[in-house]
Design a protein around this ligand. Structure first.
Ligand code: PLP
Length: 393
């Protein structure tokens, strides 16, 4: 059977599997740093790239490669490069694609550290960056300069839930000779496949939906093109931000249930979003599954589901948000997202506390914004928890 042509769920269960001499049903953990050769000739062949034998785990490892093959199949890519974290994926991409004097255009509400590393670290190497509201296609085109090499999008953006039109941005990128990079963490390969919409590179923080069990930090980069793939893999090997085999095993295990987890979480999220939107203490709410979302139609076009991330604000603003944080009991007050457990977070007092007022305002991260990552508990219990928490606000 040709796995490449099978459905998403079949790929989830079978795409990465290896057939070892024992007939293992699941990919084993090859917890080894190095691999021995049968002979000096065989070693020479491996180093010359004439044989695909393994050499050293920073370069490649059977457990890690199984995960890479699987995710590449799920994103319809040429190949994938697993790395130690989502940020390792972002920095490997920046360092592979940019040279001194090059410029990127990116979403203003992009994952904070992915912006921070450009503006506070890589600025020393002469990398230039412009952060704009990428939901407006004209704004993107205006921001492109002669030295723009990369357009880097996150959609839906974190934590504003704004959606960028991937097809339209891919057209602009190709017109201007730029590569389009998409952070697909919020959707996972189950809900959105940016390569199919014209993106060149996709990456995930696998810490979130892909692993989904709040017990691993990991990242992965998927490319459409073989040359870009080789460039990124070489950079990963040189930077030494490889994944560990045991980490890869845990992600492979978490990944098997990606679609059933997301199905349950987004079913819960819709019920919770409907409850919150009607609540008299809620001032506003953004969830791609509700018609009130400003890009509801676009979301339906490019996403295969609504996801399980909700952002909302209370009429009592910043103080109200803090009160709710302190009065929910089931939802964990924690950063991260996309896991089996429900998490609640207040960017203005937590993740984005150090971002300037001006940058927060421009990116649409208001002081009252509460980010809610819906888990797979019973929806009625999560709603009950929010209801009693809101009573105390
Ligand atoms: C968490 C996250 C990252 C960074 O991933 P780590 O695994 O924490 O390094 C990047 N992008 C998005 C959208 C994220 O949510």
């Amino acid at each position: 059977m040709n796995i490449k042509k099978s459905g998403f769920n079949t790929k989830l269960i079978h795409a990465g599997n290896i057939h070892d001499q024992f007939g293992s049903a699941i990919v084993p953990i090859y917890q080894t740093s190095t691999f021995s050769f049968e002979s000096s000739e065989e070693g020479a062949k491996c180093f010359a790239g004439e044989s695909d034998g393994y050499i050293y785990t920073r370069i490649g490892n059977p457990t890690i490669n199984a995960l890479e093959r699987q995710i590449a199949a799920l994103e319809n890519g040429f190949g994938a490069i697993a790395v130690s974290s989502g940020m390792a994926a972002a920095t490997t991409i920046y360092l592979s694609l940019l040279s001194t004097g090059d410029h990127i255009v990116s979403t203003d509400a992009i994952y904070g550290p992915a912006r921070g590393v450009m503006e506070k670290q890589f600025i020393r190497f002469g990398f230039q960056s412009t952060y704009i509201n990428t939901t407006n296609i004209e704004t993107i085109e205006k921001a492109i300069r002669r030295n723009t090499k990369v357009i880097y999008i996150e959609t839906p953006a974190n934590p504003t839930m704004e959606i960028t039109d991937l097809k339209a941005v891919a057209e602009i990128a190709s017109k201007h000779g730029c590569l389009l990079v998409v952070d697909n963490t919020f959707c996972s390969p189950y809900l959105q496949n940016p390569l199919d919409l014209g993106a060149d590179i996709v990456f995930h923080s696998m810490t979130k939906f892909i692993n989904g069990h709040a017990d691993v930090v990991a990242g992965i980069i998927i490319t459409k093109d073989k040359t870009v793939y080789s460039q990124l893999r070489t950079m990963m090997i040189h930077l030494g931000c490889n994944m560990d085999p045991h980490q890869a095993f845990l992600v492979l295990r978490g990944l098997k249930t990606l679609s059933v987890r997301i199905d349950r979480a987004q079913e819960n999220a819709l019920k919770i979003a409907e409850f919150l939107e009607k609540h008299p203490k809620v001032a506003w709410l953004k969830y791609p599954g509700l018609k009130s979302h400003p890009q509801y139609k676009l979301g339906k076009q490019q996403m295969k589901g609504n996801g399980s991330m909700i952002s909302f604000g209370l009429k009592t603003g910043f103080e109200g948000a803090k009160k709710l944080m302190n009065n929910v009991h089931l939802a964990l007050l924690a950063v991260s997202l996309g896991g089996i457990e429900t998490l609640i977070q207040h960017p203005a007092s937590m993740t984005h506390a150090k971002v300037s007022k001006d940058d927060k305002q421009k990116a649409g991260i208001t002081d009252d914004l509460i980010r809610f990552s819906v888990g797979i508990e019973d929806a009625k219990d999560i709603i009950e928890d929010l209801k009693q928490g809101l009573e105390k606000v």
